[in-house]
Design a protein around this ligand. Sequence first.
Ligand SMILES: [Zn+2]
Length: 255
Amino acid sequence: MKPIHEIHESHEVYGFPGKGPLLVTCEHSSRRIPAPLRTTRTDRNWLATHWGWDIGARTVCRELIRQTQSLGVFARFSRLLCDANRAPDHQHLIRCAVEGSVLSFNKRLTIEEVDRRLEKYHAPYHAAVDHAVAQRINSPGDVLLLAVHSFTPQFGEEKRTMDLGVLYDPFESVALRLQAEIAKTGLNVALNEPYSAKDGLMYAATRHGDEHGAVYLELELNQKLIGTAPDARKMGRTLATALRNIRLRVNPVSG
Ligand SMILES: [Zn+2]
């Protein structure tokens, strides 16, 4: 069976509806700045870095979805347009500058422009995730809402040495089981690293998981391991094996 692939202005939907054990989301899968906005060469240099998108994450998601026959929703706009993993009122919803360099498309932002981005990109992306979770939760079998992200190994002065982080807030037992299964593959996996889901930075998974009573986690993958398509697909297969082995029969109430 072939996966479906729908492309919308704010998001894409990929995979196998109503089947697999995962509902995968990727808030930072794209570095696209849609028209009518324009970008300069300097902007495009920033957009190509981890500031613009989560390098490798979309390829990992697609492989993970194929391996588990699951469904995914991926954003089709850069986090620098507006950040789909932040609340609309978050101070970093839109960054005007990165590392002291001003982004031309975020200079002189008006309230109208912020609202336009929220209405055309942020809100429809989350409506699509909401719809997918609602549909999946009403189909048979366990489901884990899994937000997939990637992180830069060098963030300013901070060196991040772990291969992978499992971010969780309420679902500690599921996170521990997944950590143990991933560790068996030889990867160095940490919990709530390189930052904690308890600090409000796991916005998308928390919002939709809580809304629908679904179990949710976020994965943060080191970009050094998924910088090429073959490496990213290999990571997708590794994660699929680990996720299969935790055997998802989980109780959302007790976590
Ligand atoms: Zn991310």
